[in-house]
Design a binder for this molecule. Structure first.
Ligand code: SAM
Length: 286
């Protein structure tokens, strides 16, 4: 099988599976299988795939045709210009979450922080994307990443090592901010679950069949529950003037902004993402 034949075969399989960008995805899969970049595929369409490469490629294409997300197959995802390891059981970092990182970096750059080394907490750290992107760009900060999922923490540890952050990022299993000591933290960042049960069926099969439900779904009867628990923990854990910033859905953002003052964070603000959707809600502790 040549590169050209491999691309044509995958494209047909992926189109049949209903994927809208079958050609691009086929190119990514062949390129990753060969450890080439995509430009090389154009230069060498007649290069053959060795038998082990071909077997791996066919397996990857079949998985993708069953709508498994590409990042779970290749085990790689890009976030804030950084390449993260991902895998089943951990949420794939999303581009809209970059708004949260940008907001933190703007805030951290603009505050004359108090003496000592500033500390951020990423509540629900998942793959580590938020904490790692922040620490990579704010080199004088330290971080703590908390998750209740062991699997997520395992992937976060891989990423922490990949970016050489073993001494700057502590990863720990826990229930939101329960175990963080009072008055010790400068910023709490979180992308908690925010999909409402009535939104589930409209999501892509890549999400509903493969991504961890516990990382996505909020309780129907109390959709703000994770936010309330994190905000109450942040009220305790943050130093005065500390930042609390959440990623959320456009549906929950106004509600969250309404409730944050009741949980001790007056004057919350909403930041939109690049598509114009209300995405991040943030406030500082008085
Ligand atoms: C939407 S994912 C976000 C993952 C990652 N921060 C990101 O943005 O890609 C939410 C994360 O919160 C974690 N989580 C859910 N409930 C939790 C709890 N009670 N305590 C700690 N982590 C929790 C999930 O395991 C999941 O990793």
């Amino acid at each position: 099988m040549t590169v050209r034949e491999a691309l044509a075969w995958a494209r047909a399989q992926l189109e049949q599976a209903g994927l809208s960008d079958a050609q691009r995805e086929a190119e990514i899969l062949v390129a990753m299988c060969l450890s080439w970049d995509r430009a090389q595929l154009i230069a060498c369409p007649d290069a053959p795939l060795a038998v082990p490469q071909r077997r791996r490629y066919e397996c990857w294409v079949r998985r993708r045709a069953r709508r498994e997300p590409l990042p779970y197959i290749t085990r790689r995802a890009w976030f804030y210009g950084l390449e993260f390891t991902v895998g089943r059981g951990v949420l794939i970092p999303r581009p809209e979450t970059e708004v949260l990182v940008e907001l933190f970096l703007r805030w951290a750059g603009g505050t004359g922080r108090s003496a000592g080394i500033p500390m951020l907490v990423d509540a629900g750290v998942g793959s580590g994307a938020i904490a790692i992107a922040c620490l990579q760009n704010a080199p004088h900060w330290l971080g703590v990443g908390i998750d209740r999922s062991r699997r997520a923490l395992h992937i976060a540890q891989i990423n922490r090592r990949k970016f050489g952050l073993q001494t700057r990022l502590l990863l720990t299993q826990g229930d939101w901010l329960n175990m963080v000591r009072p008055g010790t933290v400068d910023a709490v960042l979180s992308n908690p679950p925010y999909v409402l049960p009535d939104e589930w069926d409209a999501l892509e099969p890549e999400i509903t069949r493969y991504e961890p439900r516990a990382a996505l779904l909020v309780p129907a009867d109390d959709p703000l529950q994770p936010y309330r628990r994190i905000a109450q923990g942040a009220r305790r854990a943050l130093k005065p003037s500390g930042l609390l910033a959440f990623e959320t859905s456009p549906r929950l953002a106004p509600l969250l902004a309404e409730y944050l003052p009741r949980w001790g964070f007056p004057h919350p603000q909403i930041q939109r993402d690049y598509s114009g959707a209300e995405r991040v809600v943030y406030a500082t502790k008085p």
